[in-house]
Write a protein that binds this ligand. Structure first.
Ligand code: CA
Length: 233
């Protein structure tokens, strides 16, 4: 997805011209489609940080274009433009998969605000590159992005806290992590909090990932200091 490229789908020339001019002033690169068919073709051939989509188009209408784009890419940010303010249109647009909508006539300031808002949110939600989130050690393969672990015992779906703990260990492989450090980075707890939760988590990690949980090689206890993760078997 290229955050700087915007696909503008708008059949009214004077509106399109105004939007293109202002988006380009803001540093965006705009691809203009005058109808739904052209929009879908551009969408197949290029990648866009945002699709600005007019609802009322000749031929395939905006709702259908929106549904088709959603079908191809569930994460594609879409801002829908509608000339009608009826709630039905708004609900239809949002249920067809638009992230946000603007009712015509709107000010250019408002338009640019929405554009920047959607792009900022999509930046937040963008997942880490998948390759960085796959970790292999022993007989285990852990996919943090999808909360999935494949172990000698089969597939395990990981909780949010388990993912956070594993990420903390993976990021600091070979280092001794104190209980205080783990409590703070996984649970966000004050370091002096007294809790058995951490120990229970470690027990669970060993049950999932160790050949012999009683003699752990990956999730090691460092007496008096904390825990250490190692990929080596
Ligand atoms: Ca129109």
């Amino acid at each position: 997805m290229n955050g700087n490229n915007i696909l503008l789908v708008e059949d009214e020339p004077h509106i399109a011209r105004g939007l293109i001019f202002n988006l380009e002033e803001e540093g965006f690169k705009v691809t203009h489609a005058e109808n739904g068919e052209a929009a879908l073709q551009f969408f197949d051939e290029h990648s866009f940080g945002l699709v600005v989509l007019d609802l009322a188009l000749p031929g395939i209408d905006g709702l259908e274009v929106c549904r088709q784009i959603r079908g191809k890419d569930p994460r594609q940010p879409i801002l829908m433009l509608t000339a009608r303010s009826e709630e039905r249109d708004r609900i239809e647009g949002l249920s067809a998969g638009a992230d946000d909508y603007l009712t015509k006539p709107f000010s250019l300031d408002e338009f640019l605000l929405r554009v920047r808002g959607i792009l900022r949110r999509s930046e937040w939600y963008r997942p880490e590159p998948a390759s960085e989130d796959i970790h292999q050690f022993g007989k285990n393969r852990v996919d943090l992005q999808h909360h999935l672990a494949t172990t000698a015992q089969g597939d395990i779906s990981l909780t949010e806290l388990e993912v956070r703990m594993l990420r903390t260990f993976f990021d600091q492989e070979g280092e001794v992590l104190s209980r205080a450090h783990l409590l703070e980075s996984v649970w966000g707890m004050a370091p002096d909090t007294e809790t058995r939760t951490l120990d229970n988590f470690i027990v669970r990690m060993r049950k999932y990932f160790e050949d012999n949980p009683a003699r752990p090689v990956h999730f090691q206890t460092v007496r008096g200091r904390g825990y250490r993760f190692s990929r080596k078997s």
